[in-house]
Design a protein. Structure first.
Length: 596
């Protein structure tokens, strides 16, 4: 069997002839970037293969061990050296939310009670008398019953009880602590990134945060690719990697505060419907085939230890409800964060991530839809695209000097550029429209900045000598088409939601933009390219990581958790693909609007 050596990581692994390098990187515990799901389309999983005196750069998903063997025939091909190409680091992952305040009403409490001894002639159980001391009946839990009697004898029958309205979660010796600090953890599981929050259950204070890329990106950059991977290979890989990440993030947050994971008695999670299903190890089969319905849409309360490590063994996992196959618990979290149940104004709420979820309405009526928008805005289908990390061009402005207009670029971290992220992409297209370098149909005009890439024109941002990796950064005609496809789908969705409500977009009184991408993009640029309705440019407000904020609210207030359930049930879903007029509207919206 050939041996593959990943020299940067100092890891070796035995390989089968039919395995490709991407599979072997996963087996070696590495985290390759493969947003196209290993189809050879995105070019992000490149590695360098060393044989003899030469390095060859290849796509790991397309290079099998068999092909390496044939390519280097005549040499002893049983110890291939592979050099992985470093990925972008220090990603910008948004943790702040809208800032709405909620009244603290957690369903997690602790109390010290004295359990009286059983009187002679009485047969009442220790559990029954514990419940009597609490003033409420609770179902017995075997894991707590096993040591209850010796604990009562050891503590003089005085114990600390951690409980909710429905169950007792723990029984402790009050002498082992002054007062137990009850903790909660909330997670926003995005398709690309994951944000975590460690909370004090009694004050609602955020004690620590953590963030990471979603390791499921190794299996595809969008939910369809991951769902297809799960159908072919099962859900266990996708489920276990996200659960393991959450456990590591819990440890990271605890280490920042000196807390113990055993103090965490409740965990909440939101995510789109595919992320929701994969977290719970539910096959996403129903999301792949029409009518694209979820397996379940109801809120769930589970034993956290069945899924997660590093919590109290008796902790609860609260999973918020989903609305439809492609409008998930993350959208419910956003609705909760902006308090749409009580909103009087006609409101447009947009969460632009790898998918784009749109909600239009107010407290009387709300309609939602989902569009495939994010791959272009997160770099997956852009030639020089990357996520929002150090080295990414994140903003583009237009300056004028001596009567000549010039583009100026902002780079995350301030160093040499490595690529362009979504917010920079929108700015760049908007500025090129302003300069007349892109016409309304999306055609890139020739100029002194034009170079030829794959026999097609492209706009040069940085020549090779000015970049981190020695490769030029440019915008291709196909990149512009990807932006048009994404923004056309989003704009068509907004327009059709307005039709369904019987209003025009002019009647929208406020626009909430949720998510990291929405937080960092320039709303004026988004309006310039038609991603957002130009007539609403002065009514736009960023609400940050509203999904994560909704996940926190569900822990901090039982009333908010019930509100989330109502919002999910009462928000109507519009299936765009089922509308005959969607395709025509989509094509119309692909055009760029005239200058504002």
């Amino acid at each position: 069997m050939p041996k593959i050596e990943f020299i940067r990581e100092n890891i070796s692994i035995q390989a089968e002839m039919n395995q490709n390098l991407l599979e072997l990187m996963r087996l070696a515990g590495l985290t390759p970037d493969a947003p196209c799901g290993g189809q050879g389309k995105c070019g992000k999983c490149r590695v360098r293969v060393y044989r003899g005196q030469d390095w060859e750069e290849v796509l790991s998903c397309q290079e099998t061990v068999q092909e390496l063997t044939e390519k280097y025939k005549g040499q002893k091909p049983f110890a291939y050296q592979i050099e992985t190409i470093p990925r972008e680091s220090q990603h910008r992952i948004l943790l702040q939310g809208s800032g709405r305040k909620v009244e603290l009403d957690p369903d997690l409490h602790q109390v010290i009670v004295t359990v009286p001894p059983c009187p002679k002639g009485d047969s009442a159980s220790d559990w029954t008398r514990l419940c009597q001391a609490l003033g409420k009946e609770y179902p017995p839990r075997l894991e707590l019953l096993s040591n209850l009697a010796p604990l009562l004898r050891r503590t003089g029958r005085k114990v600390t009880v951690v409980y909710t309205q429905e169950e007792i979660l723990d029984i402790l010796d009050p002498g082992s602590h002054d007062r137990l600090s009850l903790l909660q953890a909330a997670f926003d599981i995005g398709t690309t990134t994951v944000a975590g929050f460690l909370l004090d259950a009694e004050t609602g204070e955020i004690l620590a945060t953590a963030s990471s890329l979603n390791p499921q990106t190794e299996y595809g950059g969008d939910v369809i690719m991951r769902a297809n991977y799960a159908l072919e290979h099962g859900t266990s890989e996708l489920s276990s990697c996200i659960r393991s990440l959450m456990g590591r993030m819990i440890l990271e947050m605890c280490s920042k505060t000196g807390a113990m994971p055993q103090q965490i008695y409740q965990v909440s999670a939101v995510g789109n419907t595919c992320m929701h299903h994969l977290l719970l190890d539910i096959s996403p089969d129903s999301l792949v085939f029409a009518p694209y319905n979820p397996v379940t849409n109801l809120p769930m309360k589970l034993k956290a230890s069945r899924l997660l490590e590093n919590t109290n063994p008796n902790a609860q996992l609260l999973v918020l409800p989903v609305i439809a196959g492609f409008v998930g618990a993350d959208t419910v979290g956003c609705l909760l964060a902006v308090n749409m149940e009580e909103e009087e104004k006609m409101t447009l709420m947009i969460d632009i991530g790898t998918n784009g979820e749109i909600v239009l309405g107010n407290k009387k009526r709300r309609i939602t839809c989902s569009t495939a928008a994010g791959p272009a805005f997160e770099g997956a289908k852009i030639f020089c695209g990357m996520r929002g990390a150090e080295g990414a061009v994140d903003h583009v402005t237009l300056t004028e000097k001596d009567g000549k207009k010039k583009l100026c670029y902002s780079v995350i971290g301030g160093g040499k550029p490595l690529g362009i992220c979504g917010s920079g992409l929108i700015d760049l297209v908007a500025r090129l429209l302003d300069l007349g370098q892109i016409d309304d149909s999306g055609r890139l005009e020739e100029s002194e900045n034009t170079i030829i890439v794959d026999n097609r024109p492209a706009w040069l941002l940085f020549p090779a000598q000015e970049t981190q990796n020695g490769k030029a950064i440019f915008l291709t005609q196909q990149d512009i088409r990807e932006v048009q496809l994404a923004k056309g789908a989003m704009a068509a969705g907004m327009s059709l939601l307005a039709d369904k409500l019987g209003i025009t977009l002019d009647q929208v009184e406020q626009v909430f933009i949720a998510g990291a991408f929405g937080n960092y993009m320039d709303p004026q640029s988004a309006c310039r390219i038609g991603l957002l309705p130009p007539q609403l440019k002065d009514r736009i407000r960023s609400v940050g990581n509203a999904a994560g904020e909704g996940a926190r609210f569900a822990l901090l207030s039982s009333q908010e958790r019930m509100r989330a359930a109502r919002l999910a049930l009462s928000t109507e879903f519009l299936e765009l693909a089922a509308l005959p007029e969607f395709q025509d509207r989509f094509v119309d919206e692909m055009e760029f609007p005239e200058e504002l």
